[in-house]
Design a protein around this ligand. Sequence first.
Ligand code: FES
Ligand SMILES: [Fe+2]
Length: 384
Amino acid sequence: MPVNANDQKQLLSDMEVVQRIFDHIDNSTTDMGKQSWKEPTDNYRSKARLDAELKVLQSRSIVFCPSSALANVGDYVARDAARVPLIVVRGLDGVVRAFRNACRHRGVQLANGHGCARALVCPYHGWAYSLDGSLRSIPHEQGFPDIDKATRGLVAVTCFERNGLVFINQNPLANIEQDIASIPKLIPDNYRLLNSATVIVNANWKLYLESSLEGYHIRQTHKSTFFPVQYDNLTVVEVFGENSRVAFPYQSIEGLRHKKHADISVDGRLTYVYHLFPNVVISTFPGCMQVNVLEPIDASTTRQHTYLISAIGENETALLKAVSQGQNFAAEGAIEDLQIVLSAQRGLLSKANEFLEFGLFESAIVRLHSHLAKEIKQVNSVSE
Ligand code: FES
Ligand SMILES: [Fe+2]
């Protein structure tokens, strides 16, 4: 009987996932959801729908970046989150804080991208803010006799670190604990940032996200990359809170067939893809993890921020080389996914489909759409 992943309350142990994979290999089965889903194509095209989705993104706690992207005092990442420019910075006290990225003089952005600074100095006239956001100095201050510097610090946004991830929350009324309660510790403490990158994807953020969340396409899309080392349509799909985890086994998992002990390592034998609702994907690869944050720009454009993190030290050159080879391989598959996603985006223009169809193998995507629809309703009922 096919196992139904969506019945469970907690994530399985690695050993349990491996056992379930072996059951699927032996029975030519895969995890299947309970319901299929028809998502209206208008929901990928409409500006009004995207605005409603952005409201959801602004209403809850969302991963901004891994903590290791802000490892040192003064490290900052400045970018949009749900279309709002933010700057997130680690202070002298080691605390990570988020601010709206606009100078309190005439609104210019204090920084863009990432870097390390002792203070946040506006590039226009040089107003300088401490790393805790307070306004420290105004050049030629005598020109502003009425300004109370104590009230003109940067405008803060809720920001906190949990288990190796930095979260932001733009909703002052949000229950931040509730939003993240189901997320287990995913990032080992000793992980550090290897590199980060930002790319523009000319597709709706959900079309792009969907391509990471099912294994039904492995054989057809990844014919000569992933399929020869993985399986056709074989995944373990689990749900935790609004989030899901999809396990994609490699054929090397057979090496664990007769291992019974609970501390087996699945590194290099399967990839876990964690979908942290709504727009974050964390994937495990041999020796490293990728944190991907998808920022919708408009209905057909997405900015993807990728952080590659690992426990491998700077001097461990052989291991770093192996990670980089593994990432090159993963990138080949990612290019194949991207081509398909861009094609699906063009397919929207054909107006052939009133809806996109998601079957029982695509249950993590069904989960995304059903939960997103629910949250859009909630956010709108609050703002009415
Ligand atoms: S706008 Fe920032 S100092 Fe003038
Ligand atoms: Fe893929």
